[in-house]
Structures are given as structure tokens and as C-alpha cells.
Design a protein around this ligand. Structure first.
Ligand code: SF4
Ligand code: SF4
Length: 204
């Protein structure tokens, strides 16, 4: 997250999170094969324990570039108030990619859900689903620091949409229908404010 991050101008709160209105205007396209997974992800302690509890189902989906030693899968837990349980556990990077990413660029956790015919994000950590959005200091915002350090992410030409449009399905998943409808209303309200020149819709 950029050092200048400030929630001072965030006026809307939904589901206990302040909403960074930049998500409605930030240009974005998502067209690579998961470079964001090369750095691993922070999971909530509950997600970490859930993943470990289904390890026997994950093993067969891993290839020779991944470790089947569960002690290799996660970093040490650390306190972090932006996670539901107050504790974050990072996935380790093995062979230059998240421990759960296979050599074909597919997430073993999502592969498991698909193989079972279950909802595709059943086993996937929340912060994987949300990226390039993230939750930081109690706000739903853009993980601009991670986007910036990735070589391909959002750097390809062609048609761009907004990060909000690119992540609509993910936001609906995260907020649920009622809160997502409130977010849609807030977006409409915010975009109207841009049209009448009350805000400029950019960071500065
Ligand atoms: S979010 Fe960025 S890094 Fe991840 S798949 Fe999309 S373009 Fe690639
Ligand atoms: S858990 Fe899956 S989606 Fe998340 S970073 Fe690792 S490989 Fe990518």
C-alpha cells in the first residue's frame, strides 16, 4: 500500500468497511495468467486452518513444482486487524510462486473446488478473490503497491475498464446482494458527483 494512504476522504461505510471511491474510477484490465499469485497471499487464520484440514484432498492436485510438506505451505502467523480473526498467515513462495500455484498457473484450491463441482471460490482465501482490491486499515481499497510491482498486471494495452467493473463478481461475492446493492447506489451517487464537478474522481 502506498505510503500516502489515508482514509480521510472516505465517507461511506458498508459492512463495517470504509469504501475508497477510487475503486469506481481506477482504470484496470485483467488479462494475464495470474502473476498476482507469484508473491503468495495473506490468509486469515481460519482460512489457514480450513486449508490444512483438507490437505489430503489438495495433495493429489499438486505437481512436482509444489511441496506436499504442509510445514512448507505457510509463514508464521502475525497479528493483523484487517483479518477477521485478527491473525494473518501468509502462504509461502516456492519455486517463485505461491505454494498453491501449479506449473500451469492454476490454483490448487480453486482446482479442487472445480473438480468437486462446488462453488469455484469455496476454498480460495478472501484476499486472493479480492485482488486487485484489498482491505487495508478498515477500508476496501486498491492494492496499488502490489499492482505497481507486478510486471504484467494492468500494464497491457487495449480496452480498459474500471477496477470496480473488473471485480463486480468478486464484490458481489464478498458483500452479498443487499450490501452490494448499497455499494452500487453509492457508486451511482459518486459518479454523479464527478459529472457535476463536485469531486474529480482521482486520487489527488
Ligand atoms: S489481477 Fe493482475 S496479476 Fe492478477 S491475473 Fe489479473 S492482470 Fe494478472
Ligand atoms: S492461494 Fe491460489 S489464488 Fe491465492 S495466491 Fe495462492 S495460488 Fe493464487
Amino acid at each position: 500500500m502506498s505510503e500516502k494512504f489515508s482514509t480521510d476522504s472516505f465517507t461511506k461505510e458498508i459492512k463495517g468497511l470504509l469504501i475508497d471511491p477510487l475503486i469506481f474510477t481506477f482504470p484496470f484490465n485483467c488479462r494475464c495468467n495470474g502473476e498476482c499469485c507469484h508473491y503468495g497471499v495473506y490468509t486469515d487464520l481460519k482460512e489457514n486452518q480450513f486449508i490444512l484440514s483438507i490437505k489430503e484432498k489438495i495433495f493429489p492436485l499438486m505437481d512436482e513444482t509444489q511441496s506436499k510438506e504442509i510445514k512448507d505451505w505457510f509463514e508464521a502467523p502475525e497479528e493483523d486487524e484487517d483479518f477477521e480473526s485478527g491473525v494473518a498467515v501468509g502462504t509461502n513462495v516456492i519455486n517463485g510462486k505461491c505454494t498453491f500455484l501449479d506449473k500451469d498457473g492454476l490454483c490448487s484450491l480453486q482446482k479442487l473446488a472445480m473438480q468437486e463441482g462446488a462453488y469455484k471460490w469455496k476454498y480460495k482465501p478472501l484476499y486472493c478473490i479480492l485482488f486487485p482490491l484489498t482491505i487495508y486499515e478498515g477500508s476496501l481499497t486498491i492494492d496499488d503497491e502490489h499492482i505497481d510491482r507486478l510486471k504484467v498486471c494492468n500494464k497491457q494495452g487495449g480496452v480498459q475498464t474500471t477496477i470496480y467493473e473488473a471485480c463486480r463478481e468478486e464484490l458481489l461475492h464478498f458483500f452479498g446482494e443487499k450490501d452490494f446493492a448499497e455499494l452500487e447506489d453509492y457508486r451511482e451517487h459518486y459518479l454523479n458527483k464527478i459529472m457535476i464537478g463536485e469531486v474529480n474522481g482521482t486520487k489527488n
